[in-house]
Design a protein around this ligand. Sequence first.
Ligand code: NAP
Length: 292
Amino acid sequence: MNILITGANGQLGNEMRVLSAQQTQHTYFFTDIAELDITSREAVSQFVTDNAIDIIVNCAAYTNVDKAETDEVLAHKINALAVENLGLSGARVIHVSTDYVFSGEACVPYEETDSVAPRTAYGRTKREGEVLLQAVCPESIIIRTAWLYSTFGNNFVKTMLRLGQEREALGVVFDQIGSPTYAADLAVAIFAAINAPTWQPGVYHFTNEGVCSWYDFTHEIFARAQSLLGKEAADKIASCHLRPILSSEYQYQTPRPHYSVLSKTKIKQTFGIAIPHWTEALQVCLEKLLHD
Ligand SMILES: NC(=O)c1ccc[n+]([C@@H]2O[C@H](COP(=O)([O-])OP(=O)(O)OC[C@H]3O[C@@H](n4cnc5c(N)ncnc54)[C@H](OP(=O)(O)O)[C@@H]3O)[C@@H](O)[C@H]2O)c1
């Protein structure tokens, strides 16, 4: 099949590129905004026709949660209107969405059928993208994920590795609960959907297994990094005093969901995938980041 990956320079797009090297039965077209701006309906349609694209994997997005609050028009253009463009192109679409479509006030894992109630501009625009896509292309696959990190791009893991070496003390929130997602594992799930014997449209949730707070996540990053880093860097991280703090103690520009845990039963059952625990996934990512 001919597969178009949009937003290919991002975290997930890059992981799709890495994994595609093992999936040589398909032909790939990796594009980011310079090659294909998905906000142009005409450009998307032309690209899909010219290259006989069968499936679009949409990794492009406006992902800056804070900036989206003051830049909602552009966020809406990229996260909503552009997703509609993909749905109108005639290709099948696998679109990636977010836990931010939910209020974050639950205390049991969110199912795909649970009511949405986005609390941020980013969440609203991502939800609108889901709605528009399903309206124009009901056969689409939408995969909601959360707490995404990778060896590529900027993300929480890289920030904590840096701060752990720079700071003597670091406060990280322990009252926001979720499941980290290694983008390489999400790419595996996307390929499972692509290679499934039959196309299985619908909404799915994907994160790594397990649950933690951002504080726990950081604790694990620091512990695992120490055995992978050189002595000087490891000593710096070991001496950084990591402290659990409340969200109310941190100056968030935009409120963050307190609960982001997604139920993964549907994606596991539908595509027969086993999902690594977040600590195992973190180890793989850290080994690549700190050894390669
Ligand atoms: N990051 C997270 O924690 C997280 C959590 C839940 C869900 N998600 C979702 O997961 C997906 C992948 O996220 P990610 O972290 O891999 O995103 P990312 O690293 O921010 O990558 C997104 C890519 O899309 C590109 N892009 C922006 N506007 C575009 C346009 N008009 N046309 C084509 N490409 C465009 C970006 O380019 P520029 O960098 O130049 O803007 C960037 O290369 C997104 O749908 C996101 O909403 C992410």
